[in-house]
Ligand binder design. Structure first.
Ligand code: ADP
Ligand code: ADP
Length: 225
């Protein structure tokens, strides 16, 4: 668990300014949504936090430590993409074990964590299936626990519900929020769907053209950025 603190983040692609002086903090255990229209810089912000994109200027800190120069694998983040990005040639168990193998987690501990992850999303009977044999919602749940099984400090979610039908999307909202609260993990959630952001988040940060348009505390929350 950690606090994520972004200060004066700028990200340019050539002449294009994707993120323009963004300052934002997600407190320990908080669920913060970045809401805004397509092209406003939400994904880019997430990729900068993850370290998939080099930042142009500014700082990104986890628990006060500047991690702007760290490689993605050293940042302790779990990420879920709109496309899920599951490994198609690996079973569900294989997908969940992969990140643990990379981190040289021992066999017994790996089995324990993978089993716990499967239980967490009620997918125990699907452990030996391939992603293509699962429904969209099930794949999404695998992607979610695959991000969590490495026990990251921060969870980054990029439009994870966009590919689901309306009914499933509503179910998954609750599911993701419950899971996030159970695990207590600091989460940055990207969406263009206002009602999604409003119902799921502790705090909604509205972006427009690379900048923060407005930061609204949810309900009776007293947190103001
Ligand atoms: P959002 O996630 O809000 O839809 P993005 O962060 O994907 O927005 O994009 C922000 C802006 O940066 C857009 O104008 C987009 O075209 C541009 N952009 C994003 N990625 C790249 C890239 N790899 N190269 C050039 N421009 C990019
Ligand atoms: P998302 O917003 O979910 O990242 P996009 O369809 O906007 O999805 O982008 C898909 C990929 O293309 C991303 O890796 C993004 O960085 C890149 N991209 C987005 N806009 C541009 C652009 N104008 N030029 C080059 N690459 C881009």
């Amino acid at each position: 668990m950690a606090e994520v603190s972004i200060t004066s983040l700028v990200k340019r692609y050539g002449d294009a300014l994707a993120v323009d002086d963004l300052t934002l903090t997600a407190a320990d255990g908080q669920f913060v949504s970045l809401l805004g229209p397509s092209g406003c810089g939400k994904s880019t912000t997430l990729k900068c936090i993850a370290g998939f994109e080099e930042i142009t200027s500014g700082t990104i800190a986890f628990d006060g430590r500047d991690i702007s120069g760290d490689l993605p694998e050293d940042r302790d983040i779990g990420m879920v993409f709109q496309s899920y990005a599951l490994f198609p040639h690996m079973t569900v168990r294989g997908n969940l074990a992969f990140g643990l193998e990379m981190r040289r987690v021992g066999r017994a501990e790996m089995a324990r964590r993978v089993d716990a992850a499967l239980e967490m999303v009620q997918l125990v009977p699907y452990a030996d299936r391939y992603p293509s044999e699962l429904s969209g919602g099930q794949q999404q749940r695998v992607a979610l626990v695959r991000a969590l099984v490495i026990e990251p400090k921060i969870l980054l979610l990029d439009e994870p519900l966009a590919n689901l039908d309306a009914k499933l999307r509503d179910e998954m909202r609750t599911f993701i929020r419950d899971l996030q609260q159970r695990v207590g993990i600091t989460t940055v959630y990207v969406t263009h769907d206002q009602s999604e952001a409003m119902t799921m988040s502790d705090r909604v940060v509205v972006m427009f053209a690379g900048r923060i348009a407005q930061a609204a505390p949810r309900a009776r929350s007293t947190t103001v950025r």
